[in-house]
Design a protein around this ligand. Structure first.
Ligand SMILES: C[S@@+](CC[C@H](N)C(=O)[O-])C[C@H]1O[C@@H](n2cnc3c(N)ncnc32)[C@H](O)[C@@H]1O
Length: 239
C-alpha cells in the first residue's frame, strides 16, 4: 500500500485570517491532524486557530511535547510522537502536523522530523510556511523589523544577558521571543536608559485579548504570558 504524506503546517500566530490559502486547502483535504500540546496548555493554540478557519471533523491525535530542557525526556516524547505519526502515514492516509506561526522558527516540527527521519527516512514530508510572530507583531505595531542596511537579531529572551544596551552597539534591531518567562529581565529593560523609548512589547498578537505597549513600566506580572515578544529598535523614529 502506498504511504500517505505528512504536511508540517504553519498556522500563523493567532488571527485565523492569517492562515494561508495553501494551508487551508491542505487542512480541508487531510483526514488526520496531529496536534502538539505542552502539559501547561489546556487547549492547543494551533488547533484553536485552525478550527476557526476550517470546518472539518478530523481524526485528531494530541502529541504531548513538554516544555523542558531535559534532553532525555524530550527525546522520549519526540520518538513516541514520531512513532504515532509513522503508524498513521503507513496506513496510506495523509496527515498534517500543525504548528504556531512558521515551522522554521523554534517549532517542535524540527525535532519531530529528525525523529521521523530516524524511524523512516522514506516518508514524504511537505512543509507549508506560515506567517511568523515577527511579521505579525511588526504589522500590528506598525514598525519595520529592519530598514535600509539595518541588521536584525532574532533571539529567545532567555539567551540574552541583562545588558541589552551593549548588544545594541552591534545590532540595530532585536526581536526577543519567549519573553513571558523573563519578567525581571524585561523590568530591568524598562529601566535601562540605553533602551528606554525603543522597546515594544507585544502579547497574544491576533488574539482578542492581545495588546502591545511601549510603556513597559506599567506592566504587571500577569501581563506576561507564553505569547510575549519584544521588538527593540535602536534607530526608532517617532510616528
Ligand atoms: C516556540 S516560539 C514559536 C514561534 C513561531 N513558530 C513563530 O513563527 O512565530 C513561541 C514564541 O513565539 C512568539 N509568539 C508566537 N505567537 C505570538 C503571538 N501571537 N503574539 C506574540 N508573540 C508570539 C512568543 O515570543 C512565543 O514565546
Amino acid at each position: 500500500m502506498p504511504r500517505g504524506k505528512l504536511y508540517g503546517i504553519g498556522v500563523g500566530p493567532g488571527d485565523p485570517e492569517l492562515l494561508t490559502i495553501k494551508a487551508k486547502k491542505i487542512l480541508e483535504e487531510v483526514e488526520v491532524l496531529f496536534i502538539p500540546k505542552s502539559k501547561q496548555e489546556t487547549r492547543s493554540l494551533a488547533l484553536s486557530i485552525v478550527t476557526q478557519a476550517v470546518d472539518k471533523d478530523w481524526e485528531c491525535y494530541e502529541l504531548l511535547l513538554p516544555m523542558t530542557k531535559d534532553q532525555e525526556i524530550l527525546q522520549q516524547h519526540w520518538q513516541e510522537a514520531a512513532r504515532q505519526i509513522t503508524e498513521v502515514i503507513n496506513t496510506g492516509r495523509d496527515a498534517a502536523f500543525i504548528t504556531l506561526g512558521d515551522p522554521s522558527l523554534y517549532s517542535s516540527l524540527t525535532y519531530l522530523l529528525r525523529s521521523i527521519g530516524q524511524i523512516n527516512p522514506e516518508i514524504d514530508v511537505k512543509i507549508i510556511p506560515g506567517v511568523s510572530s515577527l511579521n505579525s507583531v511588526a504589522a500590528w505595531i506598525q514598525q519595520p523589523l529592519a530598514e535600509g542596511d539595518e541588521s536584525l537579531l532574532i533571539i529567545p529572551a532567555g539567551r540574552v544577558s541583562e545588558d541589552i544596551g551593549r548588544l545594541l552597539d552591534q545590532v540595530d534591531n532585536i526581536f526577543l521571543l519567549k519573553a513571558g518567562r523573563e519578567v525581571d529581565k524585561i523590568r530591568r529593560l524598562a529601566e535601562d536608559q540605553q533602551t528606554s523609548g525603543r522597546v515594544y512589547l507585544a502579547s497574544r498578537c491576533g488574539f482578542p485579548d492581545g495588546f502591545y505597549t511601549t510603556d513597559l513600566k506599567s506592566l504587571d506580572e500577569q501581563d506576561f504570558n507564553y505569547l510575549t515578544s519584544l521588538l527593540i529598535k535602536k534607530n526608532r523614529k517617532e510616528g
